[in-house]
Ligand binder design. Structure first.
Ligand code: SF4
Ligand code: SF4
Length: 185
């Protein structure tokens, strides 16, 4: 017995002291995705990239905002969301103690107001995303204030209305262009 105790003392601790002492995690450990709503522009890139559908973008109940939602119960900690996020709004943390009492506690959500199209009034795009694109142009200094205002009107118009404005009138279309002698080689 004494021989065994001596051997054990010589060997030292074979286990870690967790949970009484914190675990020593690798720097690239992939834990719970940490989300900062202030930084998010609701572009939807993370929801597109998420392979397990843990991240979703849906219309909120009020119908006037887009809901960003993370369900941790589906997350596989692959870090695709972190890779694609253009504003570093989501990053995988070192947090791994994720047990909860209620399933609802595994959800995290954020609502973003939607811009209504200036022409037809239909919900069009997330307002914060448009503001972000314009602020990038402004910061870049490539456009004047007047040009930025013009771009805002353009960005706050839905694709269908933009298309309507760009259509040429029918009397300006040369339907038989390829049948004329000039058009032949
Ligand atoms: S870590 Fe992967 S599975 Fe989890 S939310 Fe991000 S993209 Fe989705
Ligand atoms: S990719 Fe980033 S900015 Fe875009 S919706 Fe996801 S968290 Fe927000």
């Amino acid at each position: 017995m004494l021989k065994l105790i001596k051997k054990v003392l010589k060997t030292g601790k074979a286990t870690v002291g967790y949970p009484f002492t914190p675990l020593d995690l690798a720097p690239n450990f992939r834990g719970k995705p940490q989300y900062t709503a202030q930084q998010c522009i609701a572009c939807g890139a993370c929801a597109n990239a998420c392979p397990s559908n843990a991240l979703t973008m849906t219309t909120a109940q009020d119908g006037e905002s887009i809901r960003w939602s993370l369900f941790l119960g589906r997350c596989i900690f692959c870090a695709r969301c972190e890779e694609v996020c253009p504003t570093a709004a989501i990053k995988l943390s070192q947090e791994f103690e994720l047990a909860v009492w209620r399933k609802e506690d595994l959800y995290e959500t954020a609502d973003f107001p939607v811009c209504q199209c200036r022409e037809c009034g239909k919900p069009y795009a997330v307002q914060k995303e448009i503001d972000f694109a314009l602020s990038l142009l402004q910061e870049n200094g490539a456009l004047s204030d007047r040009q930025i205002a013009d771009r805002r009107a353009q960005y706050e118009t839905c694709p269908a209305c933009k298309k309507l404005h760009c259509l040429s009138s029918t009397d300006r279309i040369d339907i038989g262009r390829h049948m004329t002698t000039e058009a032949q080689p």
